[in-house]
Design a binder for this molecule. Sequence first.
Ligand code: ZN
Ligand code: ZN
Ligand code: ZN
Length: 374
Amino acid sequence: MSLAPAHADLAHRLDQASVRADELGLTALLVTPGADLRYLTGYDAVPLERLTCLVVRGHGGSAVLVVPALERPAAEASPVSSLGIEVVTWGETEDPYALVARLVGAGERVGLDDRMWAAKVLGLRRAMPGVHQELAGAAINDLRMRKSGEEVASLRAAGEAIDRVHAQVPAMLRPGRTEAEVARDIAEAILAEGHATVDFTIVASGPHSASPHHEVSGRTLRVGDPVVVDIGGTMPDGYCSDSTRTYSLGEPGAEYAEHYAALQEAQWSAVECVRPGIACEDVDAVARGVLAGSGLGDYFIHRTGHGIGLETHEEPYIVAGNALALDPGMVFSVEPGFYVEGRFGARIEDIVACGDSGPLVLNNRPRDLCVVDV
Ligand code: ZN
Ligand code: ZN
Ligand code: ZN
């Protein structure tokens, strides 16, 4: 069973998406299974080769959900029917793209959800050769980026769940175990602490810690290793967790400890500067400035953070060049790191919501380098 937000919230989102489509001059938004569809309708449909497509028409037009006949019961078990969305089915030998084209009617431009499969994009193009295709993200991302109080509460619950997993990590880190063994324990804990799915388990030990997206390997943990543990999952209501802590098997070397102290200052300074009105790029600049001041600027090789919600990576991106000003309800990671190839690395990552006057920090495990007794 999947949980869905209150119908009033869903109806409001659909309404807002239709208004935004109008403003952008789009005849309709076409949304296939994925986070956008779940956000707008509560329908957590599995993406398959058969076309399922929500048609959100502008000008106050009603929304229609096109589904394969065999998916009708699943669609009707979701909030779709009680939202007043008409469900139109197609049989195995019918052309669902022509059906969508008829529902769109005479139009010049349509918005397609940003993650739509290429096969569907091209199928829709063949069915509507005169209609220009654009990204529906322009209409939907603005909405998804600004979370309601209920959504922030969901992300807080996800944050607490992943914090409970991190609390168990020190006991899993033992010299002689492999990264893969530790990752299996972590995956089990992610589920045991309330997530519906495990999304990723990064256990990067020793020199592997210098690779930000190293997953796991058969490398054996050794005394003196730094271990970057970056983990996340999806809760039953669809909201995601994502948090990184860095551990050390025994006391770290003096150089590493010094770099880590700079990283900790960079991360917390960036968290503390979060407030309405500050630009995403300025939050990035705060973290980057502290690391540059400690001679680590060249070793911080990725953006400071990404938005999070029904997807682990979504807008807003906390990166140089993004002048978007934060609004209350925006939720994103603050995760600077340093990566010295062939030697070592570290990262600290918290999910932070922009509150009415400052940051609401959704991950709250200690941020000091976690030294594991060996
Ligand atoms: Zn990442
Ligand atoms: Zn992460
Ligand atoms: Zn992240």
